[in-house]
Design a protein around this ligand. Structure first.
Ligand code: NAP
Length: 248
């Protein structure tokens, strides 16, 4: 029996990186996958075909997670297309890194809207189908820097710390309705984005991690699958670090 056979999962920001690995993992484990992207239209369309090859239903939606109305419309469309939403993965996120001294109001607002307001938007919208079904699992992507802070990322770290506080609050609000809400704090995950960095810098990062390597997108997708599935039925309000021991 596959871990999420027949369940409907909605994943935000799945055209690339971690979100894409999560979508593939859920499809491989029998889920019907609804996912979003914003600018990567071709990648989104290609992913839809890749996911369908696993035998379940798959559909990509171009939708801005930072837009409250669009998130509500998205959830209505997914429910109309798939019947319900069992699992929500709030993965979409951006960085606009710079020191506070140079940070513009726009850089602050863009990050807060894409990383934190998006989580509010989607969680509020999926409450309806989840309350109706009297079950659900919500997984929010935070970051180790949301716990530890990081110079040059005050906007990003604040948004990711906010995600953890939101997660714990929603777990308390919706626990009695059998709706779980957990967060994941990835450490240094090697994606297309990090591949563009200087190899020497990457090597220094790897050496500073107890497991002596950067994480893979699959490392994060495996924990997301666990938290989304009934394997974690008694876990809610937690933030799991997926960071090779970087943060203890
Ligand atoms: P990524 O490769 O940059 O991919 C981000 C995804 O989010 C893309 O699919 C992008 O869509 C989508 N997206 C961005 N803004 C959006 C919006 N407003 N509405 C809908 N979709 C949006 O990022 P990643 O490295 O995989 O990171 C995924 C998540 O993990 C993020 O929340 C990030 O903060 C978190 N994280 C990553 C790391 C890491 O080391 N990589 C570490 C800790 C936490 P388009 O392609 O269409 O723009």
């Amino acid at each position: 029996m596959k871990l999420v056979q027949g369940k409907v999962v909605l994943i935000t920001g799945a055209s690339r990186g971690i979100g894409r690995a999560i979508a593939l993992k859920f499809a491989e484990q029998g889920a019907n996958v609804a996912f979003t992207y914003l600018s990567s239209v071709e990648k989104g369309e290609a992913l839809e075909k890749e996911l369908e090859a696993f035998g379940g239903k798959a559909k990509g939606y171009r939708s801005d997670a930072a837009d409250f109305k669009a998130a509500d419309e998205l959830v209505n469309s997914v429910v109309a297309d798939f019947g319900t939403i069992d699992i929500l993965v709030n993965n979409a996120g951006i960085t606009r890194d710079t020191l506070l001294m140079r940070m513009s109001e726009q850089q602050w607002d863009e990050v807060m809207n894409a990383n934190l307001k998006s989580v509010f938007n989607l969680t509020k919208a999926v409450q309806r189908p989840m309350l109706k079904a009297r079950k659900g699992s919500i997984v929010n992507m935070s970051s180790v820097v949301g716990v530890s802070g990081n110079a040059g990322q005050s906007n990003y770290a604040a948004s990711k710390a906010g995600v953890i506080g939101f997660t714990k609050s929603i777990a308390q609000e919706l626990g009695s309705r059998n709706i779980r809400c957990n967060a994941i704090a990835p450490g240094f995950i090697e994606t297309e984005m990090t591949a563009a960095l200087d190899e020497k810098v990457i090597q220094q990062w790897r050496e500073s991690i107890p497991l002596k390597r950067g994480g893979s997108t699959d490392d994060v997708a495996n924990v997301t699958l666990f938290l989304g599935s009934d394997m974690s039925a008694y876990i809610t309000g937690q933030c799991i670090n997926v960071c090779g021991g970087m943060l203890m």
